[in-house]
Design a protein around this ligand. Structure first.
Ligand SMILES: [Zn+2]
Length: 139
């Protein structure tokens, strides 16, 4: 499988959004959260996944390249909210009220569960019709 190069400007956009949202959460909870690791290894039709114990966010490089800032503004807070919910509340329903509250009240981002990106480029065989965010944890 080919590796996609993510332009530096786009990587910086990701980190900028991540740090801004992390700072917002830090202010709200009056604490300093460690910065999650970011990787661009998400495959398939998922925009991203949050790896709770690893404190890591994996982003889909193809969808990031195609959707740019819109992807960053939607997906980074979405996955970060999963990590923050895990830290503050433990293991709860992936998109339950804790997550929605984290998105809307703490991160001040619309709480959307799924993305609407064009999947033509990432929808290779086998066809996957999965939701945006499986919220997997490492086996
Ligand atoms: Zn999710």
């Amino acid at each position: 499988m080919k590796t996609l190069r993510i332009p530096i400007a786009l990587q910086q956009g990701v980190m900028q959004c991540l740090r801004a949202k992390l700072a917002q959460a830090g202010e709200y909870f009056d604490c300093t959260f460690p910065e999650p690791a970011i990787s661009f290894q998400q495959r398939g039709t998922s925009a991203g996944t949050a790896w709770l114990e690893r404190w890591e966010i994996r982003l889909n490089p193809q969808l990031l390249l195609e959707n740019q800032q819109r992807f960053i503004d939607e997906v980074v807070p979405h996955e970060l909210a999963h990590l923050l919910v895990y830290r503050q509340f433990g293991r709860v329903a992936p998109h339950g009220r804790e997550w929605r509250w984290m998105m809307m009240t703490v991160l001040q981002t619309p709480a959307r569960r799924t993305h609407e990106y064009d999947l033509a480029a990432v929808r290779s065989l086998p066809l996957r019709l999965s939701a945006a965010c499986p919220d997997r944890t490492p086996p």
